[in-house]
Write a protein that binds this ligand. Sequence first.
Ligand SMILES: *[C@@H]1O[C@H](CO)[C@@H](O)[C@H](O)[C@H]1NC(C)=O
Ligand SMILES: *[C@@H]1O[C@H](CO)[C@@H](O)[C@H](O)[C@H]1NC(C)=O
Ligand SMILES: *[C@@H]1O[C@H](CO)[C@@H](O)[C@H](O)[C@H]1NC(C)=O
Ligand SMILES: *[C@@H]1O[C@H](CO)[C@@H](O)[C@H](O)[C@H]1NC(C)=O
Ligand SMILES: *[C@@H]1O[C@H](CO)[C@@H](O)[C@H](O)[C@H]1NC(C)=O
Ligand SMILES: *[C@@H]1O[C@H](CO)[C@@H](O)[C@H](O)[C@H]1NC(C)=O
Ligand SMILES: *[C@@H]1O[C@H](CO)[C@@H](O)[C@H](O)[C@H]1NC(C)=O
Length: 908
Amino acid sequence: MTSTVPFRMMFFILVLHVWFIQYVSPRKTYYQKHFKYFKHSRRSLASDDSGFLNIDSGAAEDYQDDLGRYFVTDRAYIDTGEVHPISSETRNVWPFFKNLRSFPNGTRNCYTVRTKEGKNVNYLITAFFYYGNYDGKNSYPVFDLHIGVTRLRTINTEQISFSDVVYFTTADSIDVCLVNINRGTPILSALQLRPLVTNSLYQTSPAKLLGLVNRYDCGATPFSNTMLFRYKDDVYDRVWEQNLPVNNTISSWTSTRSDFSIVYSEQPAATVLKTFVQPIQGYSGMTYTFSNIAKPTSEFSVYLYFAGTLQSSSQDQRRFTVTINGNRQGPFNSPEYMKTLNVYQNTSVRGNVQISIQATTDSKYTPILNALEIFVVIPLEESPSNPEDVTAMMKIKQTYGITEDSWQGDPCVPTNFSWSRLGCNSDNPPRIVSLNLSSSELMGDIIASLSNLKSLRVLDLSHNNLTGSIPDSLAELSSLEVLNLAGNKLEGSVPKSLLEKSQTGALNLSLYENPKLCYLNPCKHKKNKAITFAAVAVSTLLVAMVILIVCYRKSIWQKVISGFKEKWFCNSGIRRFTYEDLKTITNKFDNKKCLGEGGFGKVYLGEVKNGTQVTQVAVKLRSQKSTQGAKEFQNEVNNLMNVHHRNLVSLIGYCNDGDNMAVIYEYMAKGNLKQHISPDAVEVLDSWEKRLQIAVEVALGLKYLHEDRKTPIVHRDLKLSNILLSEKLEAKIADFGLSKAFSAETTTAEQRSDPSGPISVGYLDPEFGKTRQLDKKSDIYSFGVILLELITGKEAWIKASDNNSSIHLSELVTSLKELEEIIDSRMQGTYKTNSVWKTVNTAMTCIQKSPKDRKDMKWVLKELEEALNMEIGNCEGTTQSNSIDNSKAIVTSRPMGHETASERARTN
Ligand SMILES: *[C@@H]1O[C@H](CO)[C@@H](O)[C@H](O)[C@H]1NC(C)=O
Ligand SMILES: *[C@@H]1O[C@H](CO)[C@@H](O)[C@H](O)[C@H]1NC(C)=O
Ligand SMILES: *[C@@H]1O[C@H](CO)[C@@H](O)[C@H](O)[C@H]1NC(C)=O
Ligand SMILES: *[C@@H]1O[C@H](CO)[C@@H](O)[C@H](O)[C@H]1NC(C)=O
Ligand SMILES: *[C@@H]1O[C@H](CO)[C@@H](O)[C@H](O)[C@H]1NC(C)=O
Ligand SMILES: *[C@@H]1O[C@H](CO)[C@@H](O)[C@H](O)[C@H]1NC(C)=O
Ligand SMILES: *[C@@H]1O[C@H](CO)[C@@H](O)[C@H](O)[C@H]1NC(C)=O
């Protein structure tokens, strides 16, 4: 005969009534009485030094609780959240409930526990939650609990709750994360970790978690049916529920209280085994049905424990079968006296578990059941990030003290919570491909862990306070495409391997604004104390000599100084050349190498040799007619020493030797933009995407001059012919910051007051007539005109057909309505309309008549980047991966039992 026990209120993971401590006489709690009763119970197999870890969230110091378990504070495992004591009225007996940690900031907050056992170990992890009205709001938070990268369940703190999971570690650390789902501030009271023995019954694999649904200490009802219990003699400190529904069963005790033999670790504590349930008179078996305890497709692992209560002579007089969801096992004889039989089964039937234990027909005694556990199997849908990357990121986070809210738990997974400032690929496991720690106030050296992110393609460490030298190991990152170290305090020379990669175009390397970095000449800094000492001595002597000589001959002094500078200017990466050097570089000013000539003088193509390495350069000689003196020239060059940006033509060196003054720039193989855009261009740039790319690059350079420097630089003469193109058609702005030195070329303000004048026609801010001043907004105007030229392929001033009048390009564009009329016909069809319109609108904002209506370069750059994205269709949809949906698994929750001390007293 069987009967079923209906389970109207079943929980995915059990949640029990709050058990209030007796407020009036807190010392004699029911709980304590209970344990007093069992104080002689033995605790076996596992002890506190076996890797067990009890973390009390929010505890001020470590302590030992009344079960003899050691609890540690959580400070070593988390660096976010706030500690709160719970309301004294709701103080619970379990000591770790006294305080909690709450997480008002950040979506995902994680405890990270480095495990002694390392990876590939099964752990039983228990998290405890007790709200206890700590914030006085009486509003129970609801949040998600994740283990590793897997969402385990939603925690509702309306009752004391705990969550048990068997987890197989794949890394050296375990993350337990609380995820804010906008239903209150997540909290945690305590965390318990137990490594399981290798032959443990609770086995799982890297692909699965076992989440506890129910765990019953059967028949222990004399005490209560609403409590959670922890027993001193339970090897794994499991939490047991005692209210297995009693229907056709009765609760009983074994006749003796002698100890049970514990033969395997998961065997329930003797305290648990001492009690059992049994069919009532007239029934030969028991049936339990657990309905809707998980998703219909879920798989379960069910563990049943039967203790031996019969002496060996009568063992075969209790025979029974166990049927779990229709799958029968047995018949079994009663186990040996004081031994335990474990029946274990995986089962998967529509979210239900039905257990039936029946006596066989020849059995004299009805069966007994001592303990019961049901776990749901939760498959891992995403694999955690590559463990090496995780280790490296942890080290980076720790070394630089990075406090980003999202930098918790796994760096890449789940995608919803992946760390800010980094990018991951979709490999399995995912790897980190970009890390952007620009402007993160990093201090100290560039650490080796960065080189352990082996799949890194983009590394941006710009604008920090990084010191020391650039490690060679960065060159070992074979996928690295962009390395930005600009704006730091790095010193020494740039590793050759990086320079080579950068020269072959494999690496996009930015090093500007590192005043002590030497990247043209290898700096021969020997770390030899004797030499350092010698150098100090020599330089002291030198200074003394200089002072002496100054008193006698100024000209000698100048020579010494310039020689001194020549040697040491290497530090800024900019070299000083003598006139003799210039001759060598330009092959004695070979006319065949003359690239052009202007009012300022001539420009030669030259070659700078540096060991075996030959760099092509452009040497711009200053006209002898220039009125500017050597000192002003030197001042202007000095100002340029720290101006480095990949979209500005780099200054390689200069010459200030007597009457001869020159600047030496990197050579730009593809000439200037005018040669590729103007109506009579031979090699026309006919791709809108490329033109827009160039516009973005120019904007980057100009934004750097205007916005990114302590002392902004106004270009004053921005025009198509001042934008140069590299071999790979990368745009760089030329001729900034030398307005006085090369005044013959850069039109003086006076000359330009007449827009029909011969030079820079059409680029001049119309406001100039009034203000007589050129500022950032004038550059923006000129840039707007350049944008219009890129769009239309026309020149800034357009002569009318009669050749007598002319019209400004902006007026022409304003007068046209159709894009087809505006856009350069040489780019037929190779553009997206919305991208061009956005650029036209951006240009129009730049050329607003009134400077205050013009936006700044930051805005302009953003608009152009968006236009470029429109053009290249870079708007990928993001795909969200599914996390496990356990929401349906939580069926109901019992109303909270507001038991008061007096009520409890009545119950007993
Ligand atoms: C006990 O079982 C009977 C049928 O076997 C059922 O009608 C009754 O509702 C059950 N009682 C409880 C409390 O579950
Ligand atoms: C949470 O953020 C607020 C504001 O940003 C800050 O003042 C507070 O200290 C943060 N709290 C924690 C625990 O980090
Ligand atoms: C039950 O499932 C676990 C985990 O999926 C597996 O390791 C074990 O071998 C299964 N046992 C049986 C009897 O199928
Ligand atoms: C890094 O982030 C900054 C802004 O935080 C951005 O300006 C920069 O372009 C980024 N670097 C890379 C390489 O994407
Ligand atoms: C670098 O450090 C100095 C002082 O040590 C500080 O004033 C400056 O703001 C820091 N710069 C950056 C970019 O963090
Ligand atoms: C170099 O990197 C910048 C971003 O830092 C990017 O805009 C530019 O396109 C890259 N250039 C090359 C040649 O890859
Ligand atoms: C990611 O976040 C969005 C919005 O916060 C949410 O709707 C979605 O379900 C989340 N996806 C996962 C996989 O958690």
